[in-house]
Design a protein around this ligand. Structure first.
Ligand code: PMP
Ligand code: GLU
Length: 397
């Protein structure tokens, strides 16, 4: 056996990907498993985007691309940042990558040295922690509880900052809680951030369009912290393009150049055809997403109503993304047929094995009291899943 690196051994497999793999395997064995584990829109990529891809192939956009992305795509992203977010990023401040996941890895690898502290408000998206570990950073978890709608306060942020702090990373709308930071809440965080000019903050806004209650607000809108913020976004969620693999950042020229340098050694520019298709997505009026957002909103209501009927379950009201992150700690310590639920992960496995519903344990997102339900599925599927979950939870005594 080859001895693998300490770096690799210290890293966990992505829990979201592991759960979706497990449900695929169970389905292949003939089990009727409903998977609400992966955060993946169940819509098709819009035709106008597919048409742009076909045209790109016909026009022979099939060779290596500039590492940070085609100039016309970066111009389209620059226009999008201005139009949707009021942000000024010139094309040379934009780097296109193979998914927002790679964008995140590029940034962390660009700014974090061995031993640097990285503040991660919990609940956080699974990959944040592992990307920081691989980069030899030290994750500093700041817990934002359900009582504060899973959002951290400026005082919590400030208390976590030490001379070793290099980076902070968070998402709004948040995966896994659906929480959305308002403009006022972001301004209050910016008041802390500006006091520490060496602190870099990743604002992951990949769910910006899936927001049910307010207009999306970007942290980089505030001039006094603009240089410190790296805005991350991508086409996977809003445009149902998870398999196309394209994410992007807007950042200071210094960080954009650093990410380009790293990417030039790892992957080069992302897929040429995807890039041309993404121009169509960037140029489109986000109004075309109205139906999809409406569908997510009624599914959210369906799931929240179903959870309300299960004794002991607590939830916040997620304002965006397509996840609900209920607190199921009431069931910890309960058992069925002699099997005790000691952790949220036990409960997750129980629901998979006995209710045939795949969810993701809150432990993977830094809150073991919770469990993540992705409601990117049809109402019919969600109704069936919620009824199975209720039946299985009610068996626990
Ligand atoms: N950030 C968040 C918060 C996510 O949920 C995801 C998962 N899609 C990503 C980044 C990465 O997205 P992708 O690599 O598909 O662009
Ligand atoms: N971001 C999605 C999720 O949280 C997709 C899975 C992944 O990229 O890890 O489920």
């Amino acid at each position: 056996m080859i001895e693998l690196s300490d770096r690799l051994n210290a890293m966990e497999e992505s829990a979201t990907i592991a759960m979706s793999r497990k449900s695929r395997e169970l389905r292949a064995e003939g089990k009727d498993v409903i998977s609400l584990s992966l955060g993946e829109p169940d819509f098709d990529t819009p035709d106008f985007i597919k048409d742009a891809a076909v045209q790109a192939m016909k026009d022979n956009f099939t060779t290596y691309t500039p590492v940070p992305g085609y100039e016309d795509l970066r111009q389209a992203i620059s226009n999008k940042f201005k139009r949707d977010n009021g942000l000024n990023y010139e094309p040379n401040q934009i780097v296109v990558s193979t998914g927002a996941k790679q964008s995140l890895a590029n940034i962390v690898l660009s700014v974090v040295n061995n031993g640097d502290e990285v503040i991660i408000p919990a609940p956080y998206w699974v990959s944040y922690l592992e990307i920081v570990k691989v980069s030899e950073g030290v994750p500093v978890i700041v817990n934002a509880g359900i009582e504060n709608d899973f959002k951290i306060t400026p005082a919590q942020l400030e208390a976590a900052i030490t001379p070793k702090t290099k980076l902070m990373m968070f998402s709004t709308p948040c995966n896994p809680t659906g929480s959305v930071y308002s403009k006022e809440e972001l301004r209050a965080l910016a008041d802390v951030i500006k006091k520490y000019p060496n602190l870099v903050v990743i604002s992951d806004e990949i769910y910006e369009h899936i927001n049910f209650t307010s207009k999306h607000s970007s942290l980089a809108q505030f001039e006094d912290v603009y240089e410190q913020i790296v805005t991350v976004n991508g086409v996977s969620k809003a445009w149902a393009m998870t398999g196309w693999r394209l994410g992007y950042i807007g950042a200071s020229k210094q960080i954009a150049d650093a990410c380009t340098k790293i990417q030039g050694q790892f992957t080069s520019g992302t897929c040429s055809i995807t890039q041309k298709a993404a121009i169509a997505a960037m140029d489109a009026d986000p109004v075309v997403l109205k139906d999809m957002i409406g569908a997510f909103e009624s599914r959210r209501l369906l799931v929240l109503n179903a959870l309300e009927k299960i004794e002991g379950v607590k939830t916040n009201i997620p304002e965006g993304a397509f996840y609900v992150f209920p607190d199921i700690s009431y069931f910890i310590g309960k058992s069925v047929n002699g099997k005790v639920m000691n952790t949220g992960s036990d409960l997750c496995m129980y629901l998979l094995e006995h209710a045939n519903v795949a969810l993701v344990t809150g432990e993977a997102f830094g809150d073991s009291n919770c469990i993540r339900i992705s409601y990117a599925a049809s109402e019919e599927t969600l109704t069936e899943a919620m009824s199975r979950i209720k039946g299985a939870l009610e068996k626990l005594k």
